[in-house]
Design a protein around this ligand. Structure first.
Ligand code: FES
Length: 570
């Protein structure tokens, strides 16, 4: 038999040195799954399914999967689901970021290695969306993403509750002794009550909006609640779109471009979105050799207003954002600032998309560009001798009274040191100090956890102190808030200036100037630099993925991707 097809099962054959034998064998084994010959001749849409019992946010994926398959069949393709690694944010040790690159490699290689003509990416929880996009742009097969969608809110004592900004708010009250153990236990049981991703503009929601803005998911799909019937219709439409891309291929490299990445940065800033998103966008763009400069971020931030009134920056939740108009309404407000010629997975440009009827917009949730919540973007990059390659502050979630500050540093040398001393009644700290956490960056043994939201020392929180300047090389949950400087690069564990800070040093922060400086004489810094030894276990003493991670992970300003994952020659 001679098979001329190059689509579907005839793609990417297992190599036995005899093409016809490879097809014959593959058809025969595929037949064992009960497919008819007619079905086996169809083009294939792979469905990368990141369902897992360790991922509450993806609990509804079995139902969404059926809808995606229905769409693929409608489009004349054969849907074939395959599992990938899943990353449930709160179920991973030491932190989910450590495994984002592993999931991206899994996704990329399974897209490339298995016979499919297009792929649907089913992701949602924080790291899964960027991991899938990183893998998909590297594999560069036509791909469209459908996200999990946000959770619905719940109620406690007349208040709305949504993971996870309210988690932190109530935990802060509990630490300050304002609520009892019984009350915090009740809150614990009501914070996350449906399938879906965190109910606020945290990292998952921000990345969902970023994916839609990039053009990698269908218009209007980012904010649909996980349990809403519209999400199943969106999943069906996603399957159909993927099947259609087989005839008219649109590759991720045509969608993710310097211009669409800039659009995504703009939307991130207008959302008051998660600081994590800048790391993820840098990593996604980096897979195509597109640099994301923090200096350019600042330029865009200067001219992009904050428009979205969602927690943790504002008052509302993702279900409100959905009903208020979602990403489309934000894009329309930003229209004069956007690159409208960017291609999307539907085959339409962003400009084409914005020609359609906008529908009503709730201005309590999505402000107009004429009357924004803030005139400048939600994130700002800081530079100085403490962060030569940059640091990030989510100014929209910070206390403006702390923006211009020179104060004494109180240093914690590790997460263990922080945990051991933060609530010590004898800790020498006042609300006017700047707390510094070292050795929580990507190369540290902690793996850059969301620990930048250092708790306010108990003795201060009990006195009503709600915010202090905190500086670290760690990340922060997209659902957190406070005057928190993150992603300091280079990090302490590789000998960055952050490693040289000692308790009692003076630090100056100026958001107006965009600076972060350690006010210590250069001679003294040189002495400390000479005495520096890294606390990290050397890569040679590690094995497996842990070793690969230690050897390859890049700094925050390079998206914490692996050096080997950059395009060849980049
Ligand atoms: Fe999955 Fe927050 S825990 S999105």
């Amino acid at each position: 038999m001679v098979e001329e097809r190059s689509q579907g099962l005839a793609r990417g054959l297992t190599n036995y040195g005899d093409r016809d034998f490879s097809i014959y064998l593959r058809n025969s084994f595929a037949s064992s799954m009960g497919y008819s010959r007619e079905v086996l001749n169809k083009p294939i849409v792979g469905i990368a399914n990141s369902f897992s019992g360790f991922n509450n946010c993806h609990r509804h994926f079995p139902e969404m999967l059926e809808a995606v398959k229905r769409g693929v069949l409608l489009g004349g393709g054969l849907p074939v689901e395959f599992p990938t690694i899943s990353l449930g944010e709160v179920f991973l040790n030491p932190t989910s970021l450590k495994f984002r690159n592993l999931m991206s490699m899994d996704t990329e290689e399974m897209i490339r290695a298995q016979p499919m003509d297009a792929v649907v990416l089913m992701g949602g929880c924080d790291k899964t969306v960027p991991a899938q996009l990183m893998g998909a742009v590297s594999a560069d097969l036509p791909a469209v993403q459908i996200v999990a969608g946000p959770m619905m809110t719940s109620r406690y004592g007349g208040e709305r509750l949504g993971a996870c900004t309210d988690c932190r708010r109530f935990w802060g009250k509990y630490r300050a002794g304002e609520i009892s153990t019984e009350e915090i236990n009740t809150v614990e049981s009501r914070l996350a009550t449906t399938a879906g991703t965190c109910a606020v503009m945290g990292t998952a929601s921000t990345m969902a909006c970023v994916a839609e803005t990039l053009g990698m998911s269908l218009p209007g799909t980012a904010a649909i609640p996980a349990v809403h019937a519209d999400r199943l219709r969106a999943a069906e439409a996603t399957g159909l779109a993927a099947a259609r891309m087989i005839e008219r291929p649109i590759r991720p490299s045509q969608v993710v471009t310097e211009r669409s990445v800039e659009n995504a940065i703009r939307v991130l800033l207008a959302l008051g979105g998660s600081t994590n998103a800048i790391i993820h966008l840098t990593a996604i763009a980096g897979r195509l050799g597109i640099p994301v400069s923090l200096k350019r971020l600042n330029e865009i931030s200067e001219e992009t207003p904050v428009l979205v009134n969602l927690k943790p920056v504002g008052a509302n939740y993702m279900e409100d954002f959905f009903h208020a108009g979602g990403v489309g309404a934000v894009l329309r407000e930003l229209r004069p600032l956007l690159h409208l010629d960017c291609m999307t997975v539907t085959g339409e440009t962003l400009g084409d998309r914005l020609e359609t009827d906008p529908g009503p917009v709730d201005r309590n949730v999505i402000a107009s560009a004429e009357e924004p919540l803030e005139p400048k973007g939600g994130l700002v990059a800081l530079f100085g001798n403490l962060a030569p390659r940059g640091a990030i502050l989510k100014r929209s979630a910070a206390d403006k009274r702390l923006f211009e500050k020179e104060a004494r540093a109180v240093v914690f040398t590790s997460l263990e040191d922080l945990a051991a001393r933060i609530d010590d009644p004898d800790l020498d700290v006042t609300e006017d100090d700047i707390m510094v956490l070292q050795n929580a960056g990507p190369k540290s043994s902690a793996g850059m956890p969301e620990a930048g939201y250092l708790p306010i020392p108990k003795k201060l929180s009990a006195r009503g102190v709600k915010d202090m300047v905190r500086i670290s090389d760690a990340r922060m949950s997209g659902t957190a808030f406070g005057t928190i400087v993150l992603h300091v690069a280079p990090e302490a564990a590789v000998g960055g200036p952050l490693a040289l800070v000692r308790t009692g040093d003076r630090i100056r922060l100026s958001v107006k100037e965009g600076t972060l400086d350690l006010l210590v004489e250069e001679e003294e810094l040189e002495r400390r630099r000479a005495a520096f030894t890294s606390p990290v276990v050397p890569a040679a003493e590690r094995r497996g993925y842990d070793r690969l991670y230690a050897e390859q992970v890049l700094q925050a300003d390079e998206g914490c991707d692996f050096a080997i994952m950059k395009p060849v020659g980049a």
